[in-house]
Design a protein around this ligand. Structure first.
Ligand SMILES: NC(=O)c1ccc[n+]([C@@H]2O[C@H](COP(=O)([O-])OP(=O)(O)OC[C@H]3O[C@@H](n4cnc5c(N)ncnc54)[C@H](OP(=O)(O)O)[C@@H]3O)[C@@H](O)[C@H]2O)c1
Length: 239
């Protein structure tokens, strides 16, 4: 039985991904701060094998320790998915700083642990980060958020090159969704091409099992991302 760990699985895309992997016969480790939501999720599919671990990814050292315990309890893992994230467009430093700790530093703390776990075990493994189309270019609409997602994508690029250079059998999958209907986007204005979290989860699952390096969710966001990246600065600055 293949094993997956999903960080940030209590709601939205993460909980849908957990359901999808469980339905496909995976043993699933789920983490978040709200343990009760994780327990409810596991109770939905009792036939699956679940492991639950409460974890606050902003407490980086404690989160690394909890991850290590979870891997021990599961007796290993094949796929690691970092989905935890905050989408906050507030320019208040306390909020922006918290988002940096969760989306960027939390990701690096755990992706680093996973890379060295797979490397030291000499194991075929996969590290998946749920980044965003927002990683593509700095935007006034989400200055801190876009920067955290650019950090994630850049970090994954580095890990992928490191794995290739050292000939390690570790796949790094950078998932870049557009707008998905979840608690994070409830009430958000100006969204388009919105998809349900169930559809996002199916597309993300397919990209992960196909061992894609980069996947836009859904695929048409690849073109929007291309335009975002390549628009001349004097036009971009008018948006
Ligand atoms: N929705 C979109 O349109 C969209 C688009 C592109 C990318 N994304 C990315 O997709 C990911 C999932 O987002 P979503 O839309 O599904 O949002 P969501 O429903 O709000 O889910 C966020 C998840 O992150 C967890 N989390 C937040 N802070 C945490 C912390 N300090 N420690 C541990 N877990 C924490 C939450 O669990 P607890 O609160 O229980 O801890 C929850 O499980 C995020 O990384 C987001 O940036 C979303």
């Amino acid at each position: 039985m293949k094993k997956v760990i999903i960080i940030g699985a209590s709601t939205g895309i993460g909980s849908e991904l957990a359901r999808t992997f469980a339905k496909h016969g995976y043993e699933v480790g789920i983490t978040a701060r709200r343990q009760e939501l994780l327990e409810n999720l596991a109770a939905e599919i009792p036939a699956a094998k679940w492991h639950i671990k409460a974890m606050d990814v902003a407490q980086h050292d404690a989160a690394r320790e909890a991850l290590s315990q979870l891997i021990y309890e599961m007796n290993g893992v094949d796929i690691f998915i970092y989905n935890a994230g905050i989408g906050d467009s507030s320019s208040k430093w306390e909020k922006e700083n918290n988002m940096l700790q969760v989306n960027a530093v939390g990701f690096a703390a755990l992706a680093n642990a996973m890379f060295y776990y797979f490397k030291s075990e000499n194991k075929i493994g996969q590290i998946v980060g749920i980044s965003s189309v927002a990683s593509q270019r700095g935007s006034r609409m989400s200055i801190g958020y876009g920067a955290t997602k650019a950090f994630m994508s850049n970090y994954m690029q580095g890990l992928r090159q490191q794995a290739a250079f050292k000939k390690l059998p570790i796949t790094i999958t950078d998932i870049r969704p557009g707008f998905v209907e979840t608690p994070m986007t409830t009430g958000q204005k100006g969204m388009f091409w919105i998809i349900k979290s169930e559809r996002a989860s199916t597309l993300i699952y397919n990209a992960i099992v196909a061992k894609k390096h980069i996947a836009y969710i859904p695929g048409k966001w690849r073109f929007a991302a291309f335009i975002m990246r390549n628009l001349p600065e004097f036009i971009w600055n008018k948006f």
